[in-house]
Design a protein. Sequence first.
Length: 389
Amino acid sequence: MEYTKEEIMQYMEEEDVKFIRLMFRDAFGVQKNISVMPTELKKAFEGGIGINARRIPGFEKSETGELYLVPDPETITVLPWRPESGRVVRMYCDVCRGNRIPHENDTRVMLKKATEHAKNEGIEFKFGSKSEFYLFKLDDEGNRTDIPHDEAGYMDIAPLDTGENIRREICLTIEEMGLRPERSHHEQGPGQNEIDFHYGVPLDAADQMSTFMMAVRTIAGRNGLYADFSPVPLKDKPGNGYHINIFATDKDGNDVCKFVAAGILEKIREITLFLNPSENSYKRFGTNTAPDRINWSAEGETSLMHVAERAGFIRAELRSPDALSNPYLAYSILIEAGLYGIKNHLELPVETGDECLLPQSLKEAREIAAKSDFIRSVVPKDIFEEYMG
């Protein structure tokens, strides 16, 4: 829902809002925030709230130490787990220079630019997500253990599946926050869960993923558990994937998703560093049903890309990313790779034909990205250097 700044100010007064969390993200998608009182909101909208940016990955080399958080009024939502009296709300922000000039190293700004580039080319992208996470028990001091919340398996039900009530609480909470969960179930691993979302325009989809991860971790903690999104939380157990569903149409309504899928497959080795940014990411490849080869299929059980037509539209599901990736950066790069496929009218290779391997280590992914003219053309220099280590 769209709100004006004036409507936001009125809402603060009528709903007894006492704190506003202004949230942003670093180069790796780690959420940061600063809390302000309602009296500071007018200043935030007009010129932004100053932060010491040089302590934030991606902004350390900024020409000025102080940058400004400018809130997006369309992202306002109440944090349901905070008290009803003296409410706390959250708004996502763009990181800006003085005079509200967006900073090119803000990955939310990057995604806006990539979406605008697509629009100028007459292409509309939409993204959906399927995200897996483990729930672990805490010890008496509140520290995470390696003991899963349950020992259930794929799509089991209670009493084996003790995560059912927590998934329900998560879904109801994020729905209250404006998200659209589609389905949820127990996954293969002990204590492993999955929640899927309806697709949305790129910026909304990335905001949704950020909100989802915050809500899951908060609700898990309130239930005496720890939510782990890392690629391989337990050795020899199924890893956590962050499957990204991609849809694309041109200005005439024609489905161009196969061109997009072909572009992503051609660039996948170059962009893997930004979809799988940790050493742990590469331990997941090739295990259970996680892909390690560059291929596609209409079935999608173990392939890198699942490309299928359903209800009159084509969906491309990319199965290699994990949730340690920055969704704003990931979607930006996927849009640009997709536009490359459209511009060059790339065709999908033979289904499950000759297959190259994805990078097998963080070191290899960095080496491939370092040689990529495509990456240098779409990722700002400072962000690139952060990922190069």
